[in-house]
Design a protein around this ligand. Structure first.
Ligand code: HEM
Length: 404
């Protein structure tokens, strides 16, 4: 039987609600960092959202993420809402099945293949920036951060671009529609649409897009079944758009709050590539979760089979034991600390799209820097955000000074 609140010792109790704490709405990242500032334990248990453990230490997080036998990855999410969607492949697969999926997927997302996508990503970034930067007022999230990865994703998957507004709606609704019914309906719409896409690609190739690559992927004579390609496409839809949009908008918020950092990049856009991992570390936003497969001891505490263990990467990526002066921006860290942040997770499920994600963030920032001299928060409008396992911003009102 999973741990009950009543049996959690006082010194392991905390009161954090990673989904619905009201402070998350105004400034989700600021709220998490406030929690971090007050926390000195490696591990604690909260009664919110069904009750779960929260890991604060980088080392402990690593221990959990690198032990897929004791800490399973089904269901993902807090709360999980797994009834409303297909199983996420490969994220929610057990260790043996997962190895096979990874082998088949790696060739699709390896750095060499991703490199060939740079031109297309840059074209999309330029098109969006050139059509929106003159807009007033400007919401960085809705006008820039969301459209670019959605367009990149649609192009790479061979999806219809006239469906873009529909994709935004489904995707945002899946994560954050007010009722469970609405979230479920969005999940079903995404699944039904992607099923048609896979069937269409089986009948006729999409000209080398990711769905084609997945249908053709072969390792040692093994291929993916069409329903597996469907499950993967579903995860890519959920994992590949919102994440890049969140990373871009949190990074822009960092610039708006630290104008000297932006000025330095604007002066020297070549330094962006070497700074990407530091942007990722400072703006890590996913709270990963794992389910105990059996009773297991962690940092001297007995966790029960079925317990949910949450790892907020925003917190573990600022562990001062691993990252001295964790709040400071220091691009040199990637060289000296071997880039150990948890923005992409760790262990077997570490983000397979990380090369593409880094490429997208770099290209968008390079193109933005070329066009914009200074960026600041618009004091007349409110920033807004949300908590949850993929915390992030919903509105980022900025003002910009364009390059003459
Ligand atoms: C900045 C953007 C991104 C961030 C911060 C991010 C973060 C993550 C994290 C933390 C995980 C691990 C989840 C876990 O272990 O529970 C993950 C897994 C994954 N991500 Fe990403 N991701 C990003 C972009 C992308 C993109 C662009 C794609 C592909 C188009 C992608 C595809 C995946 C897939 C397929 C997995 C599951 C891997 C597995 O289970 O083996 N991600 N991502």
């Amino acid at each position: 039987m999973p741990t009950q609140w009543s049996e959690v010792p006082q010194d392991l109790r905390c009161d954090l609600d990673i989904v619905a704490d009201p402070a998350l709405v105004g400034d989700p990242q600021g709220c998490m960092l406030d929690w971090l500032a007050k926390e000195h334990r490696a591990l604690a248990y909260t009664p919110h959202n069904g009750g779960h453990w929260i890991v604060f230490s980088h080392a402990l997080a690593h221990q959990v993420l690198c032990n897929a036998r004791d800490f399973g990855s089904f269901p993902i999410g807090v709360p999980a809402n797994y009834q409303q969607r297909p199983r996420l492949i490969p994220l929610e697969s057990g260790p043996d099945e997962h190895r096979r999926y990874r082998r088949l997927l790696l060739p699709v997302f390896n750095p060499k293949v991703v490199q060939t996508m740079e031109h297309a990503v840059r074209q999309q970034a330029r098109a969006v920036l050139d059509s929106t930067l003159a807009k007033e007022p400007l919401d960085f999230l809705a006008d820039i951060a969301k459209p670019i990865p959605t367009r990149v994703f649609a192009e790479q998957m061979g999806l219809e671009t006239d469906m873009l507004p529909q994709f935004y709606e489904w995707e945002t609704g899946f994560y954050r529609a007010p009722t469970a019914e609405e979230r479920m309906a969005c999940g079903e719409n995404i699944a039904a649409y992607l099923q048609e896409v896979v069937l269409g690609h089986q009948a006729q190739s999409g000209g080398g897009d990711i769905v084609d690559l997945l249908l053709a992927a072969e390792v040692e004579g093994e291929r993916l079944a069409p329903e597996e390609v469907h499950g993967i496409a579903y995860l890519l839809f959920l994992a590949g758009i919102d994440t890049v949009a969140s990373m871009l908008s949190l990074t822009m918020l960092q610039f708006a709050r630290n104008p000297h950092q932006y000025a330095a990049l604007h002066e020297n856009p070549d330094s962006i590539a070497a700074s990407i991992d530091e942007f990722l570390r400072l703006n890590a936003f996913i709270s990963l979760n794992r389910i105990c497969e059996r009773d297991v001891e962690l940092a001297g505490v007995l966790l029960r089979k079925g317990d949910n263990v949450v790892i907020p990467s925003a917190i573990t990526s600022r562990d001062p034991g691993v990252f001295p002066e964790p709040g400071a921006f220091n691009a040199e860290r990637s060289r000296t600390e071997l880039n150990q942040h948890h923005a992409f997770g760790a262990g077997a499920h570490k983000c397979i799209g990380l090369h593409l994600a880094k490429l997208e963030v770099r290209v968008v920032l390079e193109e933005f820097c070329r066009r914009v001299k200074a960026v600041s928060l618009d004091p007349t409008r409110q920033m807004a955000g949300h908590g949850g396992t993929t915390m992030g911003l919903d509105v980022l009102p900025i003002t910009i000074e364009r390059v003459a």
